[in-house]
Write a protein that binds this ligand. Structure first.
Ligand SMILES: *[C@@H]1O[C@H](CO)[C@@H](O)[C@H](O)[C@H]1NC(C)=O
Ligand SMILES: *[C@@H]1O[C@H](CO)[C@@H](O)[C@H](O)[C@H]1NC(C)=O
Ligand SMILES: *[C@@H]1O[C@H](CO)[C@@H](O)[C@H](O)[C@H]1NC(C)=O
Ligand SMILES: *[C@@H]1O[C@H](CO)[C@@H](O)[C@H](O)[C@H]1NC(C)=O
Length: 391
C-alpha cells in the first residue's frame, strides 16, 4: 500500500474546488473522537481546524453549535489516521509518515489543551502507519495492521500503563485488510468488518474476523446464511454499536454504487445476521465518521454526492428503524431497551500516567483520507465532482 506524494498533492488540489458550504468548515475527511460527550473533529490539512460539538446540549441540524478550538495544529501527514480516547486524552494514531522522525502517536489532553507524544520504550511498533482503526479496551490500544512479511495482519497492542508494545501469540491470523472498521463489543471482542485486501479485492462482509482481547486469539463470526442478505464489500464506511445490540454499517466506498447503504449486523444472538432496514432518502457517504448516542446516530463529514452535507442525524427508535431527523436530542429517550450500554463499553482501567515528551511546535496530524489501491477511480470521482461543482 503506497500513497505517493503526487497522488496526495492531486487530492489536495482537488479538495480546494469543493465549495465551503458552512463557514469555517472544510467538508471531506475528518478524524473524530468522543470525550466526555464532546465530539472532537480534526480536519484536513487545508484549514487546520480543530473543533468540537458538545453533545450535552440538543441542537437542530440547521444550527449546529460547533465550537472552534484555537490550538495550533500543524498538519504534515496527508491520509488516514485513527483515534483512541483514554480518560481526557485523545490519541491520534498513524497516518502517512512524511519525515523519518514523525512520532506514531500524538496525544491531545482535552482538559489543558496540551499536545504531547508518548515515549514508547519497548516492543515493536506496527509495520505500517495507515489504513487501520484503533480500539481501546482495558487501558490497551489494539491496532490490526498488515505485516510486510506475509499477507496476514498482526494485532499490535500498546499498553498505556507500561507504554510498551505487547507481544501477541499470532495464531489463526486473518488476512491483512485496510479501510475496515473495528468495533468493540461487550466481553472484549473486536469485530473487523469490511475493508480491502492487499490484492485490491473487497473483503466479504459475511467473513468477519473477531479478536478476543482477553484470550488473545482469533475466530470468525458465525453468520446466519438463511435469508441471504450479504452487503456489498466496502471501505471507509462507518460502524456504530447501537443500544439494540446491533452494529450499524453506513456507507463506504466501492467501485460500484452501493445498493445497501445502511445495513445492520444483529449481534444479539450467537449467530449473527444482516438486516436491511428501510431508510428512505438516505444517501451514501464515505470517509465519514458515525457515532451512536442516545438512540441517535450522528454522521459527520466525509464525501457525498452533496459535499454540503456535513452533519446528518439518524434516529434509531427501534432495532430496525431509522429516520432522518433534523434535531439531535441530548436526553435519553424513554424507550431505551433494557440492560444495554448507551455507548461502546469503556475501560475500567489503570490510571494513565506514562512519561510524555512535550510535542515540539505544532503537531503532525494526518488528514483522514484513506485511499487504498483504488486511487484511480477516487481521483476520477473527485475530478468529476470538482468539475460538477464549478459548473
Ligand atoms: C485477494 O486476497 C484475499 C485475501 O488474501 C483472498 O482471499 C482472495 O482470494 C484474493 N483474491 C484474488 C482475486 O486474488
Ligand atoms: C481461544 O483461547 C481459549 C482459551 O485459551 C480457548 O479455550 C479457545 O478454544 C480459543 N479459541 C480459538 C478459536 O482458538
Ligand atoms: C504539557 O505537557 C508537557 C509534557 O507532559 C508538560 O511538560 C507541560 O508542562 C504541559 N503544559 C501544560 C500547559 O500543561
Ligand atoms: C467520471 O465521469 C466520466 C465521464 O462522465 C465517467 O465515465 C466516469 O465513470 C466517472 N467516474 C466516476 C468515478 O464517477
Amino acid at each position: 500500500m503506497v500513497l505517493d506524494r503526487l497522488f496526495v498533492k492531486r487530492i489536495l488540489i482537488l479538495l480546494q474546488f469543493i465549495p465551503l458550504s458552512v463557514k469555517c468548515f472544510t467538508p471531506g475527511p475528518h478524524i473524530t473522537a468522543l470525550v466526555d460527550n464532546r465530539l472532537y473533529f480534526m480536519s484536513s490539512s487545508q484549514a487546520k481546524e480543530l473543533s468540537f460539538l458538545d453533545l450535552h446540549q440538543s441542537f437542530d441540524n440547521s444550527n449546529v453549535p460547533w465550537k472552534d478550538l484555537t490550538i495550533n495544529v500543524n498538519l504534515k501527514r496527508y491520509n488516514f489516521a485513527t483515534t483512541a480516547v483514554f480518560n481526557e486524552n485523545i490519541f491520534f494514531i498513524g497516518g502517512k509518515v512524511t519525515q523519518p522522525d514523525d512520532p506514531f502517536i500524538y496525544v491531545l489532553n482535552t482538559l489543558n489543551e496540551n499536545w504531547s507524544f508518548p515515549v514508547i520504550s519497548g516492543g515493536k511498533p506496527p509495520q505500517k502507519s495507515e489504513g487501520f482503526q484503533a480500539v481501546i479496551f482495558n487501558g490497551k490500544i489494539y491496532l490490526f495492521v498488515g505485516s510486510e512479511i506475509d499477507g496476514f495482519g498482526r494485532m499490535n497492542v500498546l499498553n498505556l500503563q507500561t507504554l510498551i508494545w505487547e507481544p501477541r501469540v499470532d495464531i489463526n491470523l486473518p488476512h491483512a485488510r485496510y479501510g475496515y472498521t473495528a468495533t468493540l463489543i461487550p466481553e472484549g471482542l473486536i469485530l473487523y468488518i469490511g475493508g480491502i485486501f492487499q490484492n485490491g479485492t473487497y473483503a466479504n462482509m459475511n467473513e468477519i474476523p473477531i479478536y478476543d482481547t482477553l484470550k488473545d486469539n482469533w475466530s470468525y463470526a458465525i453468520m446466519n446464511e438463511v435469508g441471504g442478505i450479504i452487503p456489498e464489500g466496502r471501505q471507509m464506511h462507518s460502524a456504530s454499536l447501537s443500544s439494540f445490540n446491533t452494529i450499524i454499517i453506513y456507507g463506504g466506498y466501492n467501485n460500484e454504487v452501493l445498493s445497501k447503504i445502511l445495513v445492520i449486523l444483529d449481534i444479539s444472538n450467537p449467530i449473527y445476521s444482516w438486516i436491511l432496514p428501510i431508510t428512505g432518502a438516505l444517501k451514501s457517504k464515505w470517509g465519514h465518521n458515525s457515532i451512536y448516542f442516545n438512540s441517535q446516530m450522528i454522521v459527520t463529514f466525509g464525501f457525498n454526492e452533496e459535499v454540503n452535507l456535513i452533519l446528518t442525524i439518524l434516529s434509531n427508535p427501534s432495532k430496525t428503524s431509522f429516520d432522518l431527523v433534523s434535531h439531535f436530542s441530548s436526553f435519553t429517550p424513554l424507550s431505551m431497551p433494557p440492560g444495554l450500554p448507551t455507548s461502546s463499553p469503556t475501560s475500567t482501567t489503570p490510571k494513565y500516567a506514562p512519561t510524555y515528551a512535550a510535542a515540539s511546535s505544532g503537531v503532525v496530524i494526518s488528514e483522514a483520507i484513506a485511499f487504498f489501491w483504488d486511487r484511480k477511480s477516487i481521483i476520477n470521482w473527485l475530478r468529476n465532482k470538482s468539475d460538477k461543482d464549478r459548473k
